[in-house]
Design a protein. Structure first.
Length: 358
């Protein structure tokens, strides 16, 4: 007799593929450019705050995240009732689908985009509606609006889009929101918002204030360099934030993570200097790629996208030969994080030797 069986949707959940770790190479420093991590070590004060918090590891964390909510409220100018914390912004996506979707309800998002979206949707028994990005890697917002049906409960706009890189503009987002029914929740995933340098950039907070059905999700993993601690937050109308908190995992954000996030907010001027340095490196890489005759989509995150198609495996292998590990998406392309200057030099060398992508 067979044992207990999971829900049918469980067997359909696609696996999340994490960025590969580089292997040691004798005589060659290797670099991990596969996970969009901040390459800088912890800021002064952040490590000390985390270490002090770790001395209380025998105690549960503050389940109400009181001090971190207060710090975010002060920084963002929103009420604490408009905030929801989770173990990374990816957890917020899981919680949103859990809170707002019945089995069979639809979630519309661009594709290719963040690979956790179909996992979260499928795990909840909901249905993914994937709208192909344009040839230039941008969201096709017209097609996404046209994909909304009576079954649609959530639409996700990832800006900048991971892994292809482009951002939508505020004008484009506003026009899109005018076409979305108010009953549909629109998630503006701003995991890389600190790296955006463009005219008419999306103002997620202002957009949330202007709409009862919009939520912005952000993270401490990328710009703030806390990927190992898993802290994400949402800014939303109070009712939506309350729904997120209602389905959250009790004690999900650890005491150490809360302390590190608070210290990071306090050290934000130094943090933004580092972000500026990474953006400068991104622009240097883009110029190097252009000089090598390699065209890539607009890059507004801390990564660039190579549309290598059927040559993606070959591209990843060539990167490995140079001591850099990238994130390949089989048959589609490869995402390459902006890392240390030496690592970025090798990305440019890779582009020169590999040649133009299709």
């Amino acid at each position: 007799m067979p044992g207990p069986q999971p829900r049918a949707c469980v067997s359909q959940i696609p696996a999340y593929v994490a960025g590969k770790q580089p292997l040691p190479r004798p005589g060659l420093t290797t670099y991990k450019l596969s996970s969009n991590e901040n390459p800088y070590p912890p800021l002064p004060g952040v490590l000390e705050a985390a270490t002090r918090a770790a001395e209380e590891m025998n105690r549960y964390p503050d389940m109400g995240n009181t001090a971190l909510y207060a710090a975010l409220s002060d920084k963002l100018g929103v009420g604490t009732d408009q905030l929801a914390l989770a173990t990374g912004s990816v957890a917020l996506i899981y919680q949103l689908v859990q809170a707002y979707c019945e089995p069979g309800d639809e979630v519309v998002y661009a594709w290719r985009s963040f690979e956790a979206y179909p996992i979260a949707v499928t795990a909840a028994g909901a249905t993914s509606v994937q709208v192909p990005v344009r040839a230039d890697g941008h969201h096709d917002l017209d097609a996404m609006a046209a994909a909304i049906t009576d079954r649609t409960r959530i639409v996700i706009v990832c800006t900048p889009n991971n892994p292809t890189g482009p951002s939508v503009t505020q004008t484009e987002l506003d026009a899109f929101l005018d076409r979305v029914p108010e009953r549909v929740l629109v998630v503006v995933d701003e995991a890389y918002v600190e790296f955006v340098r463009m005219a008419d950039a999306v103002d997620g907070l202002a957009t949330v204030r202007a709409h009862a059905n919009v939520i912005s999700t952000r993270t401490f993993s990328k710009a703030y360099g806390l990927a190992g601690f898993r802290v994400g937050y949402a800014v939303a109308p109070a009712a939506i934030a309350g729904a997120l908190r209602a389905v959250s995992l009790p004690f999900g954000v650890s005491h150490v993570a809360q302390a590190a996030a608070i210290a990071s907010l306090a050290a934000e001027p130094e943090l933004l200097e580092r972000v500026g340095a990474l953006v400068a490196e991104r622009e240097r890489v883009l110029k190097g790629l252009a000089d090598a005759g390699v065209a890539v989509p607009e890059a507004q995150g801390n990564f660039v996208w190579f549309a290598t198609g059927d040559r993606t495996g070959e591209f990843a292998a060539a990167a490995d030969d140079l001591g850099i590990v990238v994130r390949p998406f089989a048959g589609v392309g490869a995402r390459v994080s902006i890392g240390e200057p030496e690592a970025n030099d090798r990305v440019i060398e890779l582009a020169r030797t590999f040649g133009p992508t299709p």
